[in-house]
Design a protein around this ligand. Sequence first.
Ligand code: SF4
Length: 429
Amino acid sequence: MSVSAPMADGGVVVAEQVRLPDGSRAECPAAPLLAGSLQREEVPVGSAVLAAPPPGQEATAQALWLPLPADNGNGAPAERTAPAEAPSPTAALALATADAAALPTARSTLTAWAMAVRPRTVLLAAPRSFCAGVERAIEVVERALARRPPDSGPVYVRKQIVHNKHVVRRLEERGAVFVDELDQVPRGAMVVFSAHGVSPQVRQEAEARGLKVIDATCPLVTKVHHEALRFARRGDTVVLIGHAGHEEIEGTLGEAPERTVLVETPQDVADLEVEDPERVSYLTQTTLAMEETTQIIAALKKRFPSLRGPGSEDICYATTNRQHALEAIARQVDVVLVVGSGNSSNSMRLVELAGRAGVPAHLIDGVGDIEPHWIADAHRIGLTAGASAPPALVDEVVAALGGLGPVQVHEHRTAVEDVYFAPPKEVRA
Ligand code: SF4
């Protein structure tokens, strides 16, 4: 195989297209899968249009090529790595390298993905991806960036605006500056609070530093803050069910720290010591697993029969809908892929939910994280995304899977979402 673009210094070039001897081109939709595998092996990766060898001629030792005709998918890997017999395959996997050190990795990568070539069905859980709170938070930063006067300095954002690295990177590219704490923000500057909310202590610090605050806290998180205050003011011990260290929990705990205790498991409930067992109420993080939370609430009710809870459940509509949607497809698939970042609570809960249904499940930040052995034998793949994961990432996964053979996509919808949260007044038109 010759290479029609300059080879990177060392490393491997992954074909984004293959130019065939008859002048036509084969697409390489699975290129991001190969690139991801190589990057995990710390091999530098480039992309280019590569030229296929003429019919009957083997690829060179430095170039590896796997044609995928339209009806591909059931041959053995050995057959699939042979030179093209069909003159114009519709798709291909191809790599090239001038780097002898990288050749074994390139070869093993292509072989591993060759094993994953087959026709498949993808079951898309719906709803999935962005919720109203995440869309609002992103919109707040975008509007703040668009409206800042030219010489007013950057827009600072305390913590990740939502728990997704792609969203954060895109906003950084547009000029947002993400900080961990407010002491990293210059006095008087503009700062956005993330969708997960902040404690009153953070608000006080912002005021003391003269910061111009735009609050992107999800209204459903704010609702939990108000409940925490209300329950604490009536003298209850407030049992907050959630995960220690999560930003939402830190913010909610801060509303009434002297009256609030955190529990994460039914065992924590057994160990609880409260001032007055007749005056106990509970709240939950918005992004918990419904099943586990139900168990913890049941344990609380058993220990404290007078337990009082929120007027309506705190686990939000988006978390609930995404869990129901995945539950509906989990037992029909061989493997589940959840698009989302590792610090996204609701994405992690989706992975756990699939695991409880007995299906192997993997969290991926993007298409490049998929490992070939996860899906090599999978005829049916379940695909969903956490509430902070952009929908385009799901589309990229579907497109890449289409580069491993014909894919039938079926969406299974269990709810229609029409929730919209207006942006705060500071950035309204
Ligand atoms: S997951 Fe729920 S609580 Fe969190 S931002 Fe989305 S709607 Fe709001």
